[in-house]
Every structure is written in C-alpha cells, then in structure tokens.
Design a protein around this ligand. Structure first.
Ligand code: HEM
Length: 74
C-alpha cells in the first residue's frame, strides 16, 4: 500500500486525480497531515468537516502520513 494508491482509492473521487476538484487539497506534507488530524480532534474544518472526519477515522497513522506525502507532490 502506498500514498498514491490510497489517494486514488479513497480521495480522488471527491478531490480529483490532482487534488484540484471540489474542495482543493494542496500543501506540504506537514500541512495536510495537520488538517487531517484536525478533522479527527475537531480542531480543523469547515461546514462539511463531518464528511472528512468520517474518512480520516478509517485511516491509520501510517496511512495519514502516506497520503499526506502524496498530496504534497501535486
Ligand atoms: C476537505 C483530504 C477524501 C470531501 C479536505 C481537506 C483535506 C482533505 C486535506 C482540507 C482542505 C483544506 O481545507 O485545505 C482528503 C483525503 C481523502 C479525502 C486525504 C482520502 C483519504 C474525501 C472524500 C470526500 C471528501 C471521499 C467526499 C465524500 C471533502 C470536503 C471537504 C474536504 C467536503 C471540506 C470539509 C470542510 O468543510 O472542512 N479533504 N479528503 N474528501 N474533503 Fe477530503
């Protein structure tokens, strides 16, 4: 399992293959990881944060790191 396939399987449907669709995802690995963890502990998010919280809950710490590193390549 790698960040690219994780992203393709679980994120691209909403965010697009290159992160530019609907809510854009872009930033450094650390920035993305911070946002994803923020959805988990409620410290980050907008009006649709419940959508992302449900998705991030299903990722392990390692998967959060992998997918964040992949998004940083966009
Ligand atoms: C927001 C990543 C899957 C819908 C975000 C943000 C990130 C992110 C980093 C924050 C963007 C920002 O505010 O700068 C991911 C990753 C995914 C994933 C890594 C897969 C593991 C999905 C899916 C959907 C979705 C499948 C649709 C069902 C949204 C929406 C927001 C958002 C609606 C805005 C939420 C809010 O109001 O804060 N996502 N996403 N995402 N994502 Fe995802």
């Amino acid at each position: 399992e790698d960040g690219a396939s994780l992203y393709k399987e679980r994120c691209a449907g909403c965010h697009g293959a290159d992160g530019a669709k609907s809510t854009p995802v872009k930033g450094t690995s650390q920035e993305i990881e911070k946002k994803l963890k923020g959805y988990l502990d409620g410290s980050y998010g907008g009006t649709k944060k419940a959508v992302m919280a449900g998705i991030v809950k299903k990722l392990s710490d390692e998967q959060i790191k992998l997918v964040s590193a992949h998004i940083a390549t966009f």
